[in-house]
Write a protein that binds this ligand. Structure first.
Ligand SMILES: [Fe+2]
Length: 189
């Protein structure tokens, strides 16, 4: 990952003119007939102005793990809302062929990125914090871990768009060359 897009004042004005509600974003996602590029996903998320009222059906937290709520999914793209209590985080993973973007709706997201080499294994690369409104993303080879830091003292809500929809992910461990498989819990998605 991690590409972070700064928004200028003129960019913000432009966005207001073309801002996407949740409903119009879902409509755009459902109308795709091929895999959207990472740039297209950034553009959708950057121009999305989604209210907490619109997100209400997809908000819900649980203890023990972050909660994934699926908003829509087709052959090419899916949208999820993830709800995180402080201290909840993903395993270190890649997206196994999918690319995607994340927009922070509420709270604070910490992302740690890693590099992998079959001989030397997994190594820490960088860390970054994202506040509400920011968009970040992962291209196909990127390895990362996302989470709501336990010191944040607040819940985190993030909006995710992946193309193609996520399946089984690869997970990694620091200092190890072993790659495991991980199927995100879709019970409630
Ligand atoms: Fe990810």
């Amino acid at each position: 990952m991690s590409t972070h897009l700064e928004t200028t004042d003129s960019g913000r004005d432009e966005m207001k003119r073309h801002s996407l509600s949740l409903k119009s974003l879902v409509k755009a996602l459902q109308s795709v007939t091929s895999l959207p590029s990472l740039e297209q996903i950034y553009e959708w998320l950057e121009t999305a102005q989604i209210s907490s009222e619109e997100l209400q059906p997809y908000l819900g937290f649980k203890e023990g793990n972050y909660w994934r709520h699926r908003v829509c999914r087709n052959d090419f793209v899916e949208m999820l809302v993830l709800c995180w209590r402080p201290g909840q985080r993903t395993p270190i993973h890649d997206h196994n062929g999918s690319h995607g973007g994340v927009k922070i709706h509420r709270g604070m997201l910490w992302e740690t990125t890693f590099s992998y080499n079959p001989t030397s294994g997994l190594k820490y690369k960088s860390a970054r914090e994202y506040s509400p409104g920011l968009v970040t993303g992962s291209d196909v080879p990127d390895i990362h871990q996302l989470g709501n830091p336990d010191v944040s003292g607040q819940d985190l809500v993030t909006i995710h768009v992946y193309a193609p929809p996520l399946g089984v992910l690869h997970t990694y461990k620091p200092g190890s060359a072993k790659i495991d498989l991980y199927l995100p819990d879709d019970t409630d998605a």
